[in-house]
Design a protein around this ligand. Sequence first.
Ligand SMILES: [Zn+2]
Length: 220
Amino acid sequence: MSESSPFLQACAEWKKAEQQKSSFGFVKLGIKAGVPIRVRFLDAAPLKRVLHYESLKGTTVICPEHDCLFCSRGDKRVDRFFINVVDRADDRVKVLEFSAALRDEMFEMVKELAASGESKELLDPRNYDLVITRTGTGKDTRYAVAKMDGKLTATDYKSYDLEKYLVPMNPKEMVNKQESRPAPVEVEKPVGDFGTEPPPVVPSVPDTDENPLDIGDLDL
Ligand SMILES: [Zn+2]
């Protein structure tokens, strides 16, 4: 691809943006092995969700954590954490989704800063940037977290309301998912001969774009 072609460049940018967009509807910041990311937290604390990944190929279910059909049939549960961040690479608000391994690494770093007793501001990662580096895949995945000082360019960033984006499944949705039936879609049915194929499924909890089992971000 030629960098000098505005057409190719624009298309590549769009494609990249689409790929970054999580199935949950927000723009997600992924962490690739060997490529450090630099972020500023916008939330005081992350939001925790329990996810089922393997129930149906390529789909994610947010577990309601009680009366869950997927739990009751023994599906694997994975804790994931979500937080609004400013991606310092492009100054955009994205959602960082992370595992317990990265949570522990950040926890230790902030605890050490707190123990240094230098400043109360150090207790809150909203006051400085974090540089996160991932190495390895699968069970060998490791994270390194470092603090970095820097000023944000804007004074106000619009965060995602994560509670609204990450709604646990309700019993009806679970039954629909489990039976692989299309969830009720409130659109006008097209008229014509479309064979016996059902209309495209629009799941209320969309499919995940990234299975943690594939990206090696999973630690159980
Ligand atoms: Zn469950």
